[in-house]
Unconditional design. Structure first.
Length: 371
């Protein structure tokens, strides 16, 4: 298929893009990134067609039958890939590790290859090293199909380079207009926020235990955990058993506008994850003028500087996380400095900065598809 837009300059206006990835609901880092990217590309007058990897099951009862639900989701997905590939110039594939790669990303790359469509593979996820240790041959074979691999951070670029897979860095993007900064002066009881899904890799337990320790210095502190996931019931039970239900609020999934308001009400954002790359929640916190306390796992140290625009602590260490929180809450000048540093750091991830880099990746993919 011949691209409808000028390949040399890769003008986004009129470029027909098949965007393959998860979409909310449920909300999560990858789904929110996919939706945000679709909106930003559409604002450039690109013609964006979504191919969701998490389309609702039809009929709904199929979701309760493990093997059958895979068939009912995969077959329509493959049909959609084939149809959209015949209508677009380029596939932008949001990819991740494990079964997500094999079931969703790889088929999209192969369909694009068979249909002669350019491909940009946008890989996310902090578990790339473990995944590639076992699957790098299969991944390499798939990526040879005239595709351009982009990753959001130097951390992932280094991981792929160790397996002789070249990649380019296209950072995650944040729409600052959707996450305006909070009032620059703290007032009232300290409000701590965790904005991650309730999954084991995000280690919400560490944040909860850190919060218990923070309350030894700030008895009126409260904590909000905004996210959904398989750990929800167990975490609710733990909060009740600890007698924290009056000061810990597990909200479940929130829409983007509600999340933006929640950031503006927070004094600190905690990121307790065990595995990570470039979490959108840190960018959202920075944009909202909220200091961040995070574990230093994976790509976090490539994103944030300890003592400059974040406080970084070891994973699974509630005491260290609590000490970092207390230090910020006890020192208004330090809190202000950290909030300002985050507002400055997030400027690197605006659409104005990321768009030219993404256009360059599209340009190379379009050229490659012609050979």
């Amino acid at each position: 298929m011949t691209p409808s837009s000028g390949v040399g300059s890769c003008v986004l206006t009129g470029l027909r893009i098949g965007l393959v990835g998860p979409l909310p609901p449920p909300s999560g880092g990858m789904a929110n990134l996919t939706r945000q990217l679709a909106e930003l590309l559409a604002a450039e007058d690109a013609v964006v067609t979504w191919v969701p990897v998490n389309a609702p099951y039809r009929p709904r009862w199929v979701a309760r039958v493990p093997v059958l639900r895979a068939v009912f989701r995969l077959l329509p997905y493959w049909v959609a890939l084939w149809r959209v590939a015949g209508q677009c110039d380029i596939f932008h594939v949001m990819a991740n590790s494990g079964w997500s790669w094999h079931l969703w990303a790889a088929p999209a790359i192969w369909v694009a290859h068979w249909r002669g469509v350019a491909v940009v593979v946008n890989y996310h996820g902090g578990e790339a090293a473990q995944f590639l240790q076992h699957a790098h041959r299969v991944v390499r074979l798939t990526l040879r199909q005239r595709s351009v691999l982009v990753v959001p951070s130097e951390f992932l670029a280094d991981v792929f380079n160790r397996f002789d897979l070249a990649s380019d860095i296209v950072p995650n993007v944040i729409d600052l207009g959707r996450f305006p900064p909070r009032h620059p002066v703290r007032a009232g009881a300290p409000h701590l926020l965790v904005a991650r899904n309730l999954e084991p890799i995000y280690d919400i337990d560490t944040a909860l235990r850190a919060f218990q320790l923070v309350r030894e210095d700030f008895a009126d502190a409260r904590l909000t955990v905004a996210g959904s996931g398989p750990e929800a019931q167990r975490l609710h039970q733990w909060v009740d058993a600890q007698g924290l239900s009056g000061v810990v609020h597990l909200t479940g999934r929130l829409e983007r506008e509600a999340m933006a308001a929640l950031y503006r009400s927070a004094d600190l954002v905690l990121n307790p994850s065990r595995v990570d790359n470039m979490p959108l929640s840190i960018l959202e916190a920075w944009s909202s003028g909220v200091p961040v306390v995070s574990t230093d796992v994976g790509g976090i140290a490539y994103l944030a500087q300890d003592g400059v625009n974040a406080s970084l602590v070891a994973p699974a260490d509630p005491s260290a996380m609590a000490r970092a929180c207390v230090a910020l809450l006890s020192d208004e000048a330090l809190w202000q400095q950290r909030a300002q540093a985050g507002l400055q750091a997030v400027q690197r991830y605006t659409w104005a900065r990321v768009q030219p880099v993404l256009k360059s990746a599209y340009q190379r993919a379009l050229k490659q598809a012609l050979h």
